[in-house]
Design a protein around this ligand. Structure first.
Ligand SMILES: Nc1ncnc2c1ncn2[C@@H]1O[C@H](COP(=O)(O)OP(=O)(O)O)[C@@H](O)[C@H]1O
Ligand SMILES: [Mg+2]
Length: 313
């Protein structure tokens, strides 16, 4: 296969922990050719969606991790698969890229994850489709509705729908002296939608990243255990990543959610599960391959590339 990865500038990727780099390495190890381009290079015209792309090869080294080779302007449909691995923020430019990539699909390109599905699944809100696996949750922008939820549930988490990496997550109690200011701040005085969710105490044992590849669960998850004094189980917020076997509950969630998402072209999904509850459904550029691979020897990236191959053949 000849693969195109849409990524942030390679010099910004940290090869020792980056899932996209792990994918590229697994592809190369299987004899596939890898190219990359930036989101900014994508462009649509009536005849084609194309990008200035560069062939890349991978060294085994985590510091000096790549070599670049020839560059050319290429149509996306000329690749066997295009992998959208640009990191969020999921802003209007990300949405524009999904439009362009959908146009590329109409011209015959194979894009993963499906651009339409990336656009349709807000990573926070997407849990709404699976209420049997979610704790009491609310999405609202009216401050009095958010306040009522806090009164009802006593200890809640407030999160913006477009946040990531634990940014802008508040834990708030009914009697918190800053409660009103927190609600005003996070909702921008009632003008931005916010998710409120009952606080799940099992976060102390970690926010579990459960990986689905083409709807099937990877047998190891990554428990991201908050550092002392921190409520957020995000690696970006200093959490420790510990690979663990998946639980019966993880398998139950995956069995229900996996086939639905896979049928929509979501080849790789990162579920966030705290205790028994599904809290987030990551579809843009989920991570976790490398930590699981390093700690268990399970070849997550190889499994992904094999699944990709069977999709495009
Ligand atoms: N319902 C919840 N109960 C307890 N902690 C939560 C809850 N929701 C989120 N958190 C905390 O916030 C972190 C980030 O939440 P998440 O919804 O995954 O957003 P993101 O990872 O996009 O910032 C979690 O790792 C966890 O520490
Ligand atoms: Mg998360």
């Amino acid at each position: 296969m000849v693969l195109l990865f849409i990524i942030d500038p390679p010099e910004e990727l940290k090869a020792y922990k980056d899932t996209t780099v792990a994918m590229m390495r697994a592809a190369q190890a299987r004899g596939h050719e890898t190219w990359f381009c930036s989101q900014a290079a994508l462009h649509w015209s009536k005849s084609t969606v194309a990008a200035a792309a560069t062939r890349i090869s991978l060294t085994g080294d985590d510091q000096d991790w790549y070599r670049t080779h020839e560059s050319s302007e290429r149509s996306l449909r000329d690749f066997d698969a295009v992998l959208m691995r640009k990191d969020p923020p999921f802003d209007m430019e990300y949405v524009a890229s999904t439009w362009i990539l959908e146009a590329a699909e109409r011209q015959g390109a194979r894009v993963f994850n499906s651009p339409r599905a990336i656009r349709d699944h807000n990573e926070k809100f997407a849990i709404a489709e699976f209420p049997q696996f979610t704790v009491p949750s609310l999405v609202a922008r009216a401050m009095e509705i958010l306040q009522r939820f806090i009164d009802e549930h006593d200890k809640v988490v407030l999160k913006r729908l477009d946040g990531m990496g634990g940014a802008g997550i508040f834990v708030v109690r009914r009697d918190d002296p800053n409660r009103n200011v927190i609600v005003e701040t996070i909702s921008d005085l009632g003008t931005r939608s916010v998710m409120a969710q009952r606080f799940i105490p099992e976060i102390a044992h970690g926010d579990k990243r459960v990986i689905l590849i083409d709807g099937r669960i990877v047998p190891h998850c990554l428990a991201r255990i908050p550092k002392p004094g921190e409520s957020r189980g995000n690696l970006a917020a200093g959490a420790r990543g510990e690979a663990q076997p998946v639980s019966a509950r993880h398998c139950e969630i995956a069995a229900a959610v996996g086939p639905v998402l896979a049928a929509r072209g979501l080849l790789f999904v990162g579920l966030d599960v705290i205790g028994d509850w599904l809290t987030e459904l990551n579809v843009t550029s989920p991570t976790g391959f490398r930590e699981i691979q390093d700690q268990t020897g399970y070849d997550v990236a190889g499994t992904f590339i094999d699944a990709l191959l069977s999709k495009v053949q």
